[in-house]
Ligand binder design. Structure first.
Ligand SMILES: Nc1nc2c(ncn2[C@@H]2O[C@H](COP(=O)(O)OP(=O)(O)O)[C@@H](O)[C@H]2O)c(=O)[nH]1
Ligand SMILES: [Mg+2]
Length: 391
């Protein structure tokens, strides 16, 4: 450790050394990191500290997995297909019925609550791709505090690419959805794409806090932000804020905690007696922030739109590649985020394609001239066909 650290950092280090509990150690290490002045001489120390934090985090995670692994059901699944989607819902809303309706999975459907105590998997075909669907055990109130299999279920959701929140139209769907969203919120899983980008660049001691506001602060002002940062002992940093940032966004940037998971709501059992007032309450509650897809797993009504809804919510697209000299594009598309470029595709295919890239040709109906010769920064669209030339 460099000898010229400020006294409070040294003191914090002693606290770190005296602590055995990994979670507490992470917290103290983060505080220590905030106290270390940032310059060339401390670069190595900061890196080491960050690595130590990452290792501790991994250990905690592995321990959790092991605990789940001994005897209990399996809660981690290798991803398959275009995206991994987890169905979350209270008991008896029809999660198993949905899985049985849209996938090949063998499932148990019953009138008894809590039939499904371990996740069940199936593949859901949509056009020329497939989604991997996982039915989670029922999510209960208090899941975020570990109620039921809450920790494991929310871990499953955190790991997924997207979520289906399922509620029963005949059983106060607003209350059900509100419970689900509340638990997800407590578990720091959000369905709202952040409208903000917050970058915090730590600086040498004495530099002070500098806020560069390229966007807007929502429901807070510069003073609030400074208070929050100082409360986390970040007093020397350059903070760049883009887009519309709330205090929560800034906190997330400090802790790197909340994850965004694209989410849709499936409102099941619309074949049964459903109160119009209840449905109105539900849509008022959602306020267009979430897509509701009304379905009946019993009659099949509404299920046909589910694939497209998922595809759109996930914000993904399909891109087909064509080998140079070949006439036909690959039958299996690459799955990319909707704003992806030729560069993203090249990297996804093989790092060689990116480093040896010379140019590409894109076939698409949307282009006036197709194929068109393009470079790495060209933004791709769903169903584009791409041929990449390497040097
Ligand atoms: N009326 C009606 N009942 C349904 C529908 N979907 C499922 N159910 C019934 O709801 C009960 C619970 O279904 P299940 O799929 O096991 O729910 P899970 O506990 O969420 O997996 C069963 O009795 C199903 O027959 C539907 O669309 N309409
Ligand atoms: Mg079930």
């Amino acid at each position: 450790m460099p000898a010229n650290l400020p006294a409070e950092a040294k003191k914090k280090w002693d606290e770190v050394a005296a602590t055995r509990d990994p979670k507490e150690k992470i917290r103290l290490l983060q505080e220590f990191l905030a106290l270390v002045p940032k310059h060339k001489g401390t670069e190595k120390l900061c890196k080491q500290t960050k690595r130590q934090i990452a290792t501790l985090r991994r250990e905690i995670e592995e321990k959790k997995q092991r605990k789940v692994g001994t005897g209990g059901p399996k809660f981690f699944f290798e991803k398959e297909g275009a995206a991994q989607i987890v169905i979350l819902g209270p008991t008896k809303v029809g999660r198993s019925s949905l899985l049985a309706s849209i996938t090949n999975a063998k499932v148990e459907i019953s009138d008894y609550p809590f039939t499904t105590l371990e996740p069940t998997l199936g593949m859901f075909p949509f056009e020329d791709i497939q989604f991997q669907i996982i039915e989670a055990p029922p999510l209960l109130e208090g899941a975020a505090e570990g109620e039921g299999l809450g920790t494991q279920i929310l871990g499953l959701a955190r790991n997924a690419d997207g979520l289906i929140l399922m509620v029963d139209a005949s059983q106060n769907p607003r209350a059900q959805l509100s419970m689900l969203l509340n638990e997800l919120n407590k578990a720091k899983i959000t369905f709202l794409k952040s409208h903000a980008r917050v970058d915090i660049e730590r600086q040498f001691q004495g530099a002070g806090l500098r806020l560069i506001l390229l966007g807007r602060l929502i429901n807070c002002n510069v003073k609030d932000v400074e208070m929050l940062l100082k409360g986390q002992r970040i007093s020397d940093a350059l903070v760049r804020i883009q887009g519309d940032a709330t205090l929560d966004d800034i906190e997330d940037a400090v802790f790197q905690a909340t994850v965004y998971r694209p989410t849709i709501v499936v409102l099941n059992k619309i074949d049964s007696l459903v109160s119009k007032a209840e449905l109105r309450k539900l849509s008022e509650f959602i306020k267009e922030q979430l897509r509701i897809i009304p379905v009946s797993c019993k009659t099949g009504q509404g299920l046909e739109s589910l694939g497209k809804e998922l595809f759109e919510a996930l914000g993904i697209m399909r891109v087909y590649t064509r080998e140079v000299g070949s006439r036909k594009p690959s039958p299996k598309p690459f799955i990319l985020k909707t704003d992806a470029t030729v560069q993203d595709l090249a990297k996804l295919i093989h790092s060689d394609f990116y480093t040896r890239f010379s140019s590409a040709r894109v076939w698409s109906k949307r282009l006036v001239f197709s194929p068109r010769k393009v470079g790495l920064s060209f933004v791709l669209h769903d169903k584009d066909i791409v041929e990449i030339y390497a040097k």
